[in-house]
Design a protein around this ligand. Structure first.
Ligand code: KGA
Length: 308
C-alpha cells in the first residue's frame, strides 16, 4: 500500500517543516521478498505543509467502496491524525466522472447476514471521518452513489461543481439502510428530502444539493480545486485544538438522539426482514447481471410469486 506510514510522514515533516512535503507514492520499506506483493493501493495520500489530500484512485471500478479501499482510507486518516494534519481534502482522481459508486456491491453478504453492520468497513470509514480531529472536505466533481453519499455527508464540508450529483440507492438493491445512516441523512437534509432521496434513488443535482444543504460551496469546475485548497488553507490557520473539540461536540450532540432499546430492537427486526428477503438477492443479482431488478416485496417465508 502506498499510503505513507506515520513515521514516514513525521520524518518528512521534521526534515522540511516549512516547505512542501509530498507523499504521493511513498512505499513501505519492508523487504518485498519476505511477504507476498500487496495489491495496488486504491487511494493516494499527500501532505503539503499542514494540508492533506486523499485521492480515491480506482476509477476502473468507479471508486466503489471496497473493504480494501476503505481500510486504506481509515489508515490514512489515522496517520494524518498522528502527524496533526490540519485539514484533509477527500477527492476523486482528476478526470473521474464518478466520485464514488458507493458500497462495493460484490462484497455485500449473500448469506442472510446484515449487509451494513457496525463493523462493516464502510461504517468504520464513516466514523473515522466524523471523528477525525481536523476538518475533512469532500471535493466533488461527478456523481456520488449509495454509501458514498453517506461518506460525503459525513465530511465537514462539501465543495462541488455543477457536475456533482448525489444519490442514495438501497431501494435499487432491496437493501435496508441502517439507522445511523438514516439519522445522518435526516440531520443533513431533513426528513422531507431524505424521503425523496431514499424512495426515488434518483440523484439530487448540484443546485438542489446546494439548496438543501448538502453542498456548502458550489463553484465553477475551473475553480473547484483552487476554491477547495483555499478553504483548506484557511481552516489550517485556525486553532486546531478548538476546531477538533468543536467538531467532536457537534458530532456528539447531533448524534444524541435518544432511542429506547425496544425501538432499536424493533428497527433491527424490521431491517432483518429486508436483508433476508428475495428482493435483496434479486437486487444484487440484477446489478451483477447488468439488468433491471424485478422486485416482488415478498417477505421471508412467503410463498414464491407465480410466474406471469
Ligand atoms: N460495486 C461494485 N462494482 C461496481 C460498483 C459498485 N457499487 N459500481 C460500479 N462497479 C463496477 C461495474 O460492475 C463495472 O465492472 C465497473 O465498475 C465500471 O462500472 O467492468 P466491470 O467488471 O463490469 P460501469 O457501470 O461500467 O460504469 P459506468 O457506465 O460509468 O456507470 C457508473 C455508475 C456509477 C452509474 C454505475 O457503475 C452504477 O450504477 N453503479 C452502482 C451505483 C450504486 O447504486 N451504488 C450503490 C451501492 O450500494 C450502496 O452503497 C449501499 C450500501 N446502499 O445504497 O444502500
Amino acid at each position: 500500500m502506498n499510503v505513507p506510514t506515520a513515521a514516514e510522514l513525521a520524518a518528512a515533516l521534521a526534515e522540511d517543516p516549512d516547505g512542501l512535503n509530498e507523499f504521493a507514492g511513498l512505499t513501505s520499506t519492508t523487504n518485498a521478498t519476505e511477504e507476498p506483493a500487496a495489491p495496488p493501493s486504491l487511494i493516494k495520500c499527500e501532505l503539503t505543509g499542514h494540508m492533506a489530500t486523499i485521492t480515491l484512485a480506482n476509477d476502473r471500478r468507479r471508486n466503489a467502496l471496497s473493504g480494501q479501499l476503505l481500510d486504506e482510507l481509515v489508515s490514512a486518516l489515522e496517520q494524518l491524525a498522528r502527524v496533526r494534519a490540519r485539514a484533509v481534502v477527500l477527492r476523486a482522481a482528476p478526470g473521474a466522472v464518478v466520485w464514488s459508486a458507493g458500497h462495493d456491491i460484490r462484497e455485500l453478504p449473500r448469506d442472510g447476514a446484515d449487509p451494513i453492520t457496525y463493523h462493516d468497513p464502510l461504517e468504520r470509514a464513516l466514523r473515522a471521518i466524523r471523528k477525525h480531529p481536523a476538518p475533512v472536505i469532500a471535493m466533488v466533481h461527478g456523481s456520488v452513489w449509495g454509501g458514498a453519499t453517506d461518506l460525503a455527508l459525513s465530511c465537514d464540508f462539501i465543495v462541488a461543481d455543477q457536475t456533482a450529483q448525489f444519490a442514495i440507492t438501497p431501494v435499487n438493491l432491496g437493501l435496508p439502510y441502517n439507522a445511523s445512516g438514516i439519522q445522518n441523512f435526516i440531520a443533513r437534509v431533513g426528513a422531507h428530502i431524505a424521503r425523496q432521496m431514499f424512495f426515488t434513488a434518483e440523484p439530487i443535482h448540484a443546485e438542489q444539493a446546494r439548496e438543501c444543504g448538502i453542498i456548502n460551496y458550489l463553484v465553477d469546475s475551473s475553480q473547484l480545486q483552487a476554491h477547495t485548497n483555499d478553504l483548506a488553507e484557511r481552516l489550517a490557520r485556525k486553532a486546531p485544538l478548538a476546531i477538533a473539540v468543536i467538531k467532536e461536540q457537534i458530532r456528539m450532540l447531533s448524534e444524541a438522539n435518544p432511542v429506547s432499546a425496544t425501538t432499536f430492537e424493533r428497527i433491527e427486526g424490521l431491517r432483518s426482514q429486508v436483508y433476508a428477503s428475495s428482493d435483496y438477492q434479486e437486487g444484487i443479482n440484477a446489478f451483477l447481471e447488468k439488468r433491471p431488478a424485478k422486485f416482488t416485496g415478498g417477505k421471508p417465508g412467503d410463498p414464491a410469486p407465480a410466474e406471469h
